[in-house]
Ligand binder design. Structure first.
Ligand SMILES: [Zn+2]
Length: 262
């Protein structure tokens, strides 16, 4: 199984990152390490180089970083400098949940369009952050000829259908373990367009729902890549198929869209 979006280079993992990664190696086939800030990206480059064919990297810029074009520029340069190693661009996108100011939303759009252009230029998949801005994100990427992944998608079912029609992927996070809306979304995503992610250290199923930790000895307030097993169980339930089928399909999709060799 593959977790396609985990922030293993977030400070939350500073004290035991090696142990978490070792346990990931016991449990999963690969993890895509997402980054959304410059320093996180630098650390991700370093950490992923120690685990070839297991940890893979995406570099991006979070829309709520309050960033100026200059901050984004540093990350765009970092991507170009490491284009052989970078398996995807992102996360990048729009966040209207935390940003209400119309001027700043426009600035987010300007920065996001630069990441879209780079994904197109480098022919890499784009990992999209779209909290409460799903429609605008979709309008910006549709018809651009790039592979898109709507990470942690929480938009409506109508829009989800449009996104799928465009040939894009929807990544279901561990929110599916504790949210009715996400279960309904998961039900409508066909198996060949489904990805699984945890967005670790966020969205812990143990913190938000009544779940026992799958692995003992790790703080249940954080999320871990192996928790996609719980998501797969929930998705299997709503689809009436086996957990293994969900994990296998999501894994095959991850290998295909990120072009990774495991
Ligand atoms: Zn993320």
């Amino acid at each position: 199984m593959i977790d396609t979006h985990a922030h293993l280079c977030f400070p939350d993992f500073d004290k035991d990152r090696e142990q978490v990664i070792e346990e990931c190696r016991n449990q999963l086939s690969a993890v895509i390490v997402s980054s959304a800030r410059y320093r996180e990206g630098l650390l991700a480059l370093e950490v992923c180089s120690k685990y070839p064919n297991f940890l893979f990297l995406t570099l991006g810029f979070h829309p709520t970083e309050g960033g100026t074009e200059k901050d984004a520029e540093k990350i765009l340069d970092l991507i170009k400098e490491n284009k052989e190693r970078v398996k995807g661009i992102g996360e990048a996108g729009l966040d209207y949940h935390w940003e209400q100011d119309p001027g700043k939303r426009e600035m987010q759009k300007g920065i996001f369009s630069r990441f879209i252009r780079l994904a197109k230029e480098l022919k890499k998949p784009l990992v999209i952050h779209s909290w409460d801005a799903e429609q605008d994100c979709f309008e910006m990427v549709r018809g651009q000829g790039i592979a898109c992944i709507f990470h942690c998608f929480s938009g409506g079912r109508e829009l989800a259908r449009e996104i799928l029609k465009e040939g894009f992927y929807i990544s279901v996070s561990t929110q599916v373990c504790f949210s009715k809306h996400h279960k309904k979304l998961a039900k409508l995503i066909p198996l060949d367009r489904l990805l699984l992610e945890t967005d670790s250290p966020f969205l812990s199923p143990q913190k938000h729902g009544a779940y026992e930790p799958l692995v003992k000895g790790f703080d249940p307030n954080r999320n871990y890549p192996w928790n996609i097993r719980l998501s797969a169980e929930k998705i299997a339930g709503v689809k009436g198929i086996s957990q293994e089928e969900v994990l296998e399909a999501a894994k095959a999709n991850a290998v295909k869209v990120f072009g990774i060799k495991i």
